[in-house]
Design a protein around this ligand. Structure first.
Ligand SMILES: C[S@@+](CC[C@H](N)C(=O)[O-])C[C@H]1O[C@@H](n2cnc3c(N)ncnc32)[C@H](O)[C@@H]1O
Length: 228
């Protein structure tokens, strides 16, 4: 069946109308679940909404990470910069933050917000490929992913690259939503989420072992890994 005959079929038959409607609905559903929201401004608004602080507890997360001035932190899947800004404050003038994302618009927004704070010079904005975090070897004290692990889990080699980017004693931090009822209501399907136990298994496969777990976040696991 060529495209002309499909169009003609959908125009002429009642069944065709239903097919068209079904295709339209499925496309909409896929957009909602695809994890690549088509409206990036709405995505940014969602990441930045003030109510998020209640469950995300960003100041407590930063405190738990024990970041020292002068450290290099990679915020992978940095998004709008919700955490990038806090890292930029924590690493001070002598430290640096690498904000990594695959969406240029996210990086632009992130940079603009840091400029407003007058600390954009403490960060670099890296447009990465989905399967490569684009970090140099032996360059980072702390790699941080918040609500981003489930976007990258399926990329083979990703974690080997992350591991090779760590300096000696470097750490990898994964904060992500629980795949079950603990994460509460989410704007996307929970089947995208990765159970905490699978994250630990996956990391062990590349030689990253669980070194600490913080349990104060109600909806997300918060895991620290180090190279073994
Ligand atoms: C749910 S947002 C989280 C943003 C931020 N970490 C936060 O907590 O506010 C996920 C981000 O990961 C980015 N992302 C998705 N796949 C990625 C990949 N393979 N590498 C880097 N970033 C990715 C998306 O563009 C998006 O900005």
């Amino acid at each position: 069946m060529n495209i002309e005959s499909i169009i003609s079929f959908t125009r002429q038959s009642r069944l065709g109308h239903w097919c068209l409607l079904l295709a339209f609905l499925l496309t909409g559903l896929t957009a909602g679940c695809s994890h690549q929201p088509w409206d990036i401004d709405t995505y940014i608004q969602n990441l930045e909404r003030p109510e998020r602080d209640e469950y995300q507890q960003p100041e407590k997360v930063i405190e738990a990470l024990n970041i020292m001035p002068g450290m290099v932190v990679a915020d992978v899947g940095a998004g709008s910069g919700y955490f990038t800004r806090r890292f930029a404050k924590a690493v001070g003038e002598t430290g640096h933050v690498l904000a990594v994302d695959i969406e240029q618009k996210m990086l632009d927004y992130n940079k603009q917000e840091l400029e407003k704070l007058g600390i954009a010079n403490r960060a670099s904005f890296i447009l990465a490929k989905p399967d490569d975090p684009s970090l140099s070897q032996n360059s980072v004290d702390l790699v941080f992913l918040c609500n981003a692990y489930h976007h990258v889990e399926h990329h083979a080699d990703y974690w080997a690259k992350i591991k090779s980017a760590l300096k000696p004693n470097g750490r990898v931090i994964i904060v992500d939503f629980y795949h079950d009822e603990r994460s509460g209501k989410l704007s996307f399907s929970k089947h995208h989420l990765v159970p905490r136990e699978r994250v630990i298994e996956n990391m062990e496969k590349v030689g990253l072992t669980l070194s600490k777990e913080h349990t104060f976040l109600p909806r997300q696991y918060f895991l620290e890994f180090k190279g073994s």
